[in-house]
Design a protein around this ligand. Structure first.
Ligand code: ADP
Ligand code: MG
Ligand code: MG
Length: 206
């Protein structure tokens, strides 16, 4: 039987990546090797092709989805998004029932990306969306915002953070080979992170 929360999240994430694959590839054509949308779509198609994931509690499904990305996707993004999801799932193995648990999941996921990527915020990568979103979640929880306000705050934070990658100079990944020529373009992995944040917020709010 389908696990409702997991099913909604997987469906929303898969749809977001499929619908924007060409755009993601276009962003990567500007500052990388033009495969980011192809890579992400390959990974999320593989997640969609594993219907058993939708029967699992969220934490277990995230761990398996992360392993799928690591196995199926070449390039930087497979291991990085895979590490993100695996660490999130490990942090809270069943279903998160409190905002603090979601915050812990995101914090563990971000730590895993930093470790795997030997990277941090400010280097024009996916972390430049994930880190501010994590900070926003902590802030919303500490001021006891409603679930609706929190979700809206996370989406706003992701949008603003994505836009802030445009003037950044890349110091990690293929975009770093361009030096100053990486300035003036959105980071592809930051855009996919922002798309996934929106998908999660929409699916949770549903
Ligand atoms: P590749 O660059 O190997 O072709 P993708 O194009 O699929 O892989 O993914 C590129 C994205 O991966 C970048 O836009 C960036 O957000 C992210 N990325 C690359 N290297 C790192 C890193 N060391 N740490 C964090 N994110 C990274
Ligand atoms: Mg690429
Ligand atoms: Mg590549």
């Amino acid at each position: 039987m389908a696990h409702e929360l997991t099913r909604r999240l997987i469906d929303a994430a898969v749809t977001a990546i499929r619908d924007h694959a060409d755009e993601l590839t276009g962003l990567d054509q500007a500052i990388g090797d033009g495969d980011h949308g192809i890579n992400m779509k390959r990974g999320f198609d593989a997640i969609a092709d594993a219907p058993e994931l939708k029967t699992l509690p969220l934490g277990d499904a995230l761990q398996k989805a992360g392993m799928t990305l690591v196995m199926k996707v070449g390039g930087a993004s497979g291991p990085l998004f895979g590490s993100l999801l695996m660490a999130m799932g490990k942090a809270v193995p069943g279903d998160p029932t409190q905002g603090e648990q979601v915050q812990a999941m995101l914090a563990e996921g971000i730590a895993a990306v930093k470790k795997r990527g030997k990277s941090d915020a400010g280097e024009k990568t996916m972390l430049d969306v994930l880190v501010p979103v994590g900070e926003t979640l902590a802030g919303e929880l500490s001021r006891h915002a409603s679930a609706k306000e929190t979700l809206a705050g996370l989406c706003r934070a992701a949008d603003a953070a994505l836009e802030r990658t445009r003037p950044m100079k890349a110091s990690k990944g293929r975009a770093s080979f361009l030096g100053d020529r990486s300035i003036g373009h959105l980071d592809p992995g930051a855009r996919s992170s922002q798309l996934l944040i929106h998908a999660v917020c929409d699916a949770v709010a549903e």
